[in-house]
Design a protein around this ligand. Structure first.
Ligand code: 5RP
Length: 223
């Protein structure tokens, strides 16, 4: 199977995983990216079995609506059983790097609200130690240089993502060269830098389940 087929397989596995729990009141949190897009397309096949979705980006909201799925504001949602999203890297503890698509802040917010975070990824995303993938950090525009200096102080090499503005009107610094042995600690440390909105480490709220697409089929990992 190629990478696209693996993404479709994990997307379908996520639909199969959540389907038994859905009812007419269910709200599903939906992530951003190519794997999440496969999930949206698969979810459309069962759109009569749940109420609505909450989107982690404008792009995801648009794709959901194009399938006739109702998209709600997060503030209007009392409870959310599942959040389903991809990742750029996962370790064995289901700590993640996310934000390759720049939607990390909204993704982190929706993941925080959901009872269960189901991560979907092909096996290329599984690593022993996080950090080969540059860590995205969302930054308030006027703080870009200040935050970049602080990130250098933490041993990283921040690179300003060119021609990119987040859905929240901010910038992204992609931080290279970090070998992240303490994901929870680093997540907290970076978030304490003034001007940082959030960073792409999902360790304080990791995934609960990882559906990993492999040549041998979809494997289910849980914490
Ligand atoms: C977007 C994300 C995505 O989940 C992550 O970049 C993975 O994307 P893809 O499924 O396209 O590989 O965090 O902000």
């Amino acid at each position: 199977m190629n990478q696209d087929q693996l993404k479709q397989a994990v997307a379908q596995a996520a639909v199969d995983h959540i389907a038994p729990y859905l009812n007419q009141q269910s709200i599903i949190g939906v992530g951003t990216g190519s794997t999440a897009n496969c999930f949206i397309d698969a979810l459309a096949n069962i759109k009569q079995t749940f109420d609505a979705a909450v989107a982690s980006s404008e792009a995801t909201a648009e794709r959901l609506r194009s399938h006739g799925i109702t998209v709600l504001e997060l503030n209007a949602v009392p409870q959310m059983h599942f959040y389903v999203d991809g990742a750029d890297e996962s370790d064995a503890h289901l700590n993640l790097i996310k934000g390759g698509g720049g939607a990390l802040t909204r993704e982190k917010i929706v993941a925080a609200v959901a009872e269960t975070f189901v991560c979907i990824a092909d096996e290329s995303k599984m690593v022993d130690v996080l950090g080969d993938f540059p860590l995205p950090v969302e930054v308030i525009p006027m703080a870009r240089s200040y935050v970049a200096l602080k990130l250098v102080g933490l041993g990283g090499e921040p690179v300003w993502r060119q021609n990119f503005i987040t859905d929240n009107g901010n910038l992204i610094l992609d931080v290279y060269g970090m070998s992240i042995v303490d994901p929870k600690g680093l997540e907290q440390q970076i978030n304490q830098i003034t001007g940082v909105v959030t960073n792409g480490l999902f360790a304080q709220r990791p995934a609960d389940i990882l559906l990993l697409g492999t040549a041998q089929g979809v494997k289910t990992l849980s914490r």
